[in-house]
Design a protein around this ligand. Sequence first.
Ligand code: SF4
Length: 205
Amino acid sequence: MKRAEKARRIGEILDRLYPLPPIPLHHGDAFQLLVAVVLSAQTTDAQVNRVTPALFRRAPTPQKLAAMSETDILKLIRSCGLSPGKAHNIKKLSQLLVEKHSGEVPADMEALEALPGVGHKTASVVMNQAFGQPAFPVDTHIHRLAARWGLSKAKDVKQTERDLKKLWPPGEWGKRHLQIIYFGREYCPARNHDFAGCPICSWAG
Ligand code: SF4
């Protein structure tokens, strides 16, 4: 089966399984989403959602977060993995937003990627989920499923992103990103592939 046809069928199945995939990280605006995505590296979204209410109560804006000490930030986010580095990065990025961007999150990939702790995937999530811009964030889970489904033979996430972007129209990229994340969470256990029981891997793998 050609890749485009496969992608069309996979898209239909994902639309049936996850018609309106919600944004998993709780946030009130673009700044809070940015902070939540930075906190989510190597941590579950559920864990991030447990710490952000108290953090955003104390510091809902870049100005307020920039004014907190790293020690105080760390106390609030300690249960997330890699918390010292993340406390440093979210304080620093808040300072930069205040100094360079008038306290606003820039709707610009390059400017976002220049912020501490913000890589291409994080910037893509913010561009898409906060600003509604077409972006296809690809993490290792999406990279692995794209390979498993024969949608990409890429060796790295960057090439996988380029391959997936060719298969669905830009208006669908953000939705596909979320749907594949939810699919992986529901169907990919920590070990053991069950190809027969999987609604996509059973025929596309
Ligand atoms: S077979 Fe199951 S566990 Fe393996 S990649 Fe497919 S959905 Fe994930």
